[in-house]
Design a protein around this ligand. Structure first.
Ligand SMILES: Cc1ncc(COP(=O)(O)O)c(C=O)c1O
Length: 289
């Protein structure tokens, strides 16, 4: 399971309520894997089919669980947004438009994405920290999590800091600062789930104070260090938050008076081959010595 099951559930529920899909129809989504899995599992439970478009950077583990969940999958060249014919988003939209009783949930532009986090994740964080939270740190992909949680928390406590994290080379930091995309947009080292080279409609800059950029190499390093120190394999984008703390420690000026929440949306089991395969080999190797 992942935090993205929430938007998946809200988008499906809304589509059914609004009669945008009939029983037995196909839910279609473009996803780095997690939203797709939420859609696939919920669709199956409710008697619908699912067709998920993932990019070729999607981990083997996620593809495997998607197939197990009954999704039909198509692997696309990239997730560069609707304007790119080879993107997950274009292929998903095109599939839904050309197949009867197929509905594109479209997490990048669906209001239910932000709404799910505004109505569930935000209040849960507020309750579980008993209102003591002072900083919220979250990876940014579609923007749904940070926009929904940020909106809720700022309504509760206006001076709370809402901080995003994306890979170096992604454009949302620039968009937040200047209100437009940078002139030069180039490919960047991917951290699954976060970072974009277009601005999703579900990214609401309003509650966000700052977006930090981290290196993929530092993220991988931090994932392994966290595993070594805690025994917990974190997800890829979760490790990006650790890389962020490590890189911007001084600038963040955090102290004992602060309650900082790091939002880990999934877990390391989905990235064994990408992040931990060597350390597992190492463990296996050392146990056989
Ligand atoms: C692992 C992971 N981290 C972070 C995110 C980003 O969340 P959001 O799309 O709400 O910005 C996603 C989104 O799919 C994700 O799958």
């Amino acid at each position: 399971m992942s935090a993205k099951d929430r938007p998946a559930y809200f988008m499906i529920q809304d589509a059914i309520e609004q009669a945008r899909i009939q029983p037995g129809g196909t839910f279609v989504e473009a996803s780095s894997g997690n939203t797709g899995l939420g859609i696939a599992l919920i669709a199956k439970q409710l008697g619908y089919r699912s067709k998920i478009f993932v990019s070729k950077s999607c981990s083997k583990e996620k593809i495997k669980v998607l197939i197990q969940a009954g999704a039909e999958i198509e692997i696309c060249e990239n997730s560069n947004g609707l304007h790119d014919f080879h993107s997950t988003q274009f292929r998903a939209q095109s599939f839904a438009a050309t197949h009867p009783n197929a509905y594109f949930t479209n997490q990048y532009y669906n209001t239910q994405n932000i709404c799910a986090h505004y109505k569930t994740t935000g209040p849960e964080i507020w309750e579980q920290t008993q209102g003591r939270i002072t900083h919220f740190l979250s990876g940014v992909g579609t923007g749904g999590t940070i926009s929904g949680v940020g909106r809720f928390l700022k309504e509760k406590k206006a001076d709370i800091r809402i901080w995003g994290v994306e890979p170096e080379g992604s454009i949302l930091q620039h968009y937040l600062q200047y209100g437009k995309a940078p002139k030069e947009i180039s490919p960047f080292d991917a951290i699954e789930g976060i970072g974009r080279n277009f601005v999703p409609g579900s990214f609401d800059p309003q509650p966000i104070d700052h977006i930090f950029q981290v290196q993929q190499s530092m993220t991988k390093l931090m994932a392994r260090r966290y595993l070594a120190e805690t025994g917990i394999p974190s997800g890829f984008s979760s490790a990006a938050l650790l890389a962020c703390l490590h890189t911007y420690h001084n600038e963040m000026a955090l102290g004992p008076a602060h309650t900082v929440l790091l939002f880990f949306p999934d877990h390391g089991s989905r990235y064994v081959s990408k992040l931990y395969a060597d350390s597992l080999d190492f463990k296996t190797a050392s146990s056989t010595l």
